[in-house]
Design a protein around this ligand. Structure first.
Ligand code: SF4
Length: 253
């Protein structure tokens, strides 16, 4: 039976892949589903790994969505359920209960891996995901090895994979390196993207100008969030100035 590792080039699936190879597990193919909206650091990691796959005679396959992500997000005519009446264009932000990108990704991977053993990089401490995914011929080596998310990150860092974007390690500001425009990113992560990755923040703003739905719900468009983050920054800087001033007075009185 064929053995395929499903790899997103994030920390968990990458750790799984490196260990599968190092320990000589059966592995015929690596499959990566490219949404087209990955961070550059993910593509850089992929490019570092492809030669290793070639050296080990492992086939590399890249899958893509049937229609480009941005077309589906912003332009695709969407009809009212059960009718042919177009009521909007594009599904808007992907995430939460409307994870149209994930649905397509999972279906494509399932179809591709049909009849093979599929290695999936879910860590030992992701109990609910493991429970949900345990079906068919899927194998979960990280769980079998007792490797947690933290272990995977440590292992990859040790092997020299850091997911750098403009000098920032992505895993120092994000819990998951998923699509840069993912609606599942929480406010803390978005605040850190605003602060450290202006290039991606500007891309988020550009997307927000093209869709009516605010990225994080009512009153939380990318522009609303930007105002909020800037205000918080000003308050914290004012606090620092006052705090510093008080210390100065005390020191010199
Ligand atoms: S990572 Fe987020 S944006 Fe990308 S496909 Fe999954 S839910 Fe959608």
């Amino acid at each position: 039976m064929r053995h395929i590792a499903s790899v997103s080039f994030g920390k968990d699936s990458l750790a799984m892949l490196l260990i599968l190879i190092a320990r000589g597990y059966p592995l015929d193919e690596v499959v990566f589903y490219d949404t087209g909206m990955e961070f550059q650091a993910i593509y850089d990691t992929r490019d570092m790994i492809i030669p290793l796959l070639q050296e080990n005679g492992i086939q590399y396959t890249e899958l893509q969505p049937k229609e480009p992500f941005l077309y589906k997000m912003l332009e695709r005519p969407v009809c009212k359920r059960g009718t042919k009446i177009i009521h909007k264009y594009g599904y808007s932000w992907c995430g939460g209960t409307c994870r149209w990108g994930t649905t397509e990704k999972l279906q494509a991977l399932e179809k591709h891996c049909k009849g093979a053993v599929e290695y999936v990089g879910i860590a030992a401490d992701e109990a609910s995901r493991l429970e949900k995914e345990r079906k068919g011929n899927k194998a979960f080596p990280l769980a079998d090895w007792g490797m947690t998310e933290r272990d995977c990150r440590k292992y990859c860092y040790h092997k020299g994979f850091k997911w750098l974007e403009d000098g920032i390690e992505l895993y120092s500001i994000l819990s998951r390196v998923s699509c840069w425009c993912c609606g599942n990113k929480n406010l803390k992560e978005l605040k850190l993207i605003h602060r450290h990755l202006p290039k991606y923040w500007n891309r988020l703003k550009e997307l927000q100008t093209k869709t009516d739905r605010p990225m994080k719900g009512e009153g939380k468009s990318v522009f609303d969030l930007e105002q909020r983050f800037l205000k918080e920054k000003r308050i914290s800087e004012d606090g620092d100035i006052h705090h510093g001033g008080a210390r100065w007075i005390k020191k010199n009185s």
